[in-house]
Ligand binder design. Structure first.
Ligand code: SAM
Length: 430
């Protein structure tokens, strides 16, 4: 496909996402099924255009004074890709499946449009109804933090220390321009291609053999902050696809036991193959059994209960930009109720001196500091571990610079730590 035809396809997919209010991944998949002539390079280039446009949907529409998919795409080609007027013009020729030629109004906007006077939700590219909650979390850094959440995210890998050292993986992946991550001692960061695609790992021996896992540096740090040590008993209550369980297994050097559970059995499905590939042998998967207290035998037995809680996912907006436009008022209250319930549930599995590590990939006070405060108010036997002590215990003292100023725990974000957004708090009993 010629570049302009890819842009036309991206506009069509944006329309589909908008009209049917469905996830970008579903719309992209359907488009691929209906256009079998498009090769994998075309499909990933189109996906990258769609994601660039979704990340900067509000600012692109403002720039072009046009909220339709075509206007958003034009704005994104300027704002996300920095394309010149001439380059954009060359994509919109109206020939050979490319989008129709630019109108004079569009040409004018590209020449003279800017973000001067844009309200915060446009400058930071987020849904306007979330402004009070985001402003409470970020204060005068509202636009800096949200604009960083509207940028592309690099591809991070966690080196699986069960299978080798970071330096060796770094050398083997030098071809992909891998560099060590700034904070995680087991992370590698791979730059994206200039048009925003992830480098392909599918054929990489390191990936195939489980020597590296795809995991954002922030998620790696959240796992490291659990300070899990070999021989401990750990329960990963919201294990999902197992990203953090795998990281814990490596930290524990396959010694002790990790129980990986989730209340949605199907979410656990990928974990089995991932564990095998990574050579993780101390993880017992505990799928839910309807109507049964299937974790009852773990009561009072765990040193660590990790709650990687369901949340609004605001910290991962760089990777799931469609999610930020699909989130609805009401979703936050639902998540908060689940978070309260999980915190309350976790304590029954702990040994007397055990610890809960509460993690979200949200940056809202309501889902983080305030949930922890609500839990502590009702559980006098728990105390929050200060952020500095958490960082030191994890062997990552430099993370104490990310201590929350609004309560216990640490906050990571694209603007501050250069990672996805995460909140991590540790609550110790006794
Ligand atoms: C943030 S995701 C987990 C990601 C995973 N830990 C990882 O690192 O790859 C949250 C998970 O919590 C699960 N969940 C939601 N409510 C739950 C509950 N009440 N009990 C257990 N798991 C729950 C969801 O099914 C989802 O898989």
């Amino acid at each position: 496909m010629i570049p302009g035809a890819r842009v036309a396809a991206a506009i069509e997919i944006l329309d589909d996402i908008e009209t049917l209010r469905r996830p970008a991944s579903d719309a992209l998949k359907d488009w691929g099924l209906g256009h079998r002539f498009a090769g994998s390079k075309d499909r990933s280039a189109i996906a990258s255009l769609v994601f660039d446009a979704l990340r900067k949907r509000a600012s692109s529409a403002f720039l072009m004074d046009d909220g339709a998919s075509r206007g958003i795409m034009l704005g994104a080609l300027r704002l996300a890709r920095g394309l010149s007027d001439e380059t954009i013009e060359a994509l919109f020729t109206g020939e050979g499946h490319t989008p129709a030629q630019l109108t004079s109004a569009e040409r004018d906007r590209l020449k003279t449009g800017d973000l001067e006077g844009a309200p915060a939700h446009v400058a930071g590219d987020f849904p306007d109804w979330l402004e009070p909650a985001l402003a409470a979390a970020f204060g005068d850094r509202l636009i800096a933090e949200t604009a960083a959440l509207a940028e592309r995210a690099p591809l991070d890998l966690r080196v699986n220390t069960l299978k080798g050292e970071r330096d060796k993986a770094l050398a083997r992946l030098a071809r992909l321009h891998a560099a060590p991550t700034r904070f995680s001692p087991v992370g590698l960061r791979l730059p994206l291609t200039p048009d925003g695609r992830n480098p392909s790992l599918a054929g990489e021996p390191d990936y195939i053999r489980g020597r590296v896992e795809i995991q954002d540096e922030g998620s790696q740090l959240a796992a490291l902050l659990c300070a899990a040590s070999p021989g401990e008993q750990a329960l990963d209550l919201c294990a999902g696809g197992g990203g953090k369980a795998l990281a814990l297994a490596a930290m524990m050097q396959n010694k002790g036991q990790i129980y990986a559970s989730d209340d949605e059995g199907r979410r656990l499905a990928p974990i089995y193959a991932r564990l095998a590939r990574a050579g993780a042998r101390n993880v017992q998967v505990r799928p839910p059994r309807k109507g049964e207290d299937f974790l009852a035998d773990l009561e009072g037995r765990c040193d660590l209960v990790l709650i990687d809680a369901p949340c609004t996912g605001i910290g991962a907006w760089r990777r799931n930009p469609d999610a930020k436009w699909r989130i609805r008022p009401g979703a936050l209250e639902l998540r908060m109720a689940e978070q309260d319930q999980l915190l309350a549930e976790a304590s029954r599995f702990l040994k007397p001196q055990g610890r809960i590590v509460y993690v979200t990939c949200s940056l809202l006070l309501d889902e983080n500091e305030e949930r922890v405060a609500a839990f502590l108010a009702g559980h006098a036997e728990f105390r929050p571990v200060p952020a500095q002590a958490m960082a030191e215990r994890a062997g990552l003292p430099e993370l104490s610079g990310f201590a929350s100023t609004r309560g216990p725990g640490l906050r990571l974000s694209p603007a501050s730590s250069g990672t996805d957004g995460f909140y991590v708090a540790m609550l110790e009993r006794g």
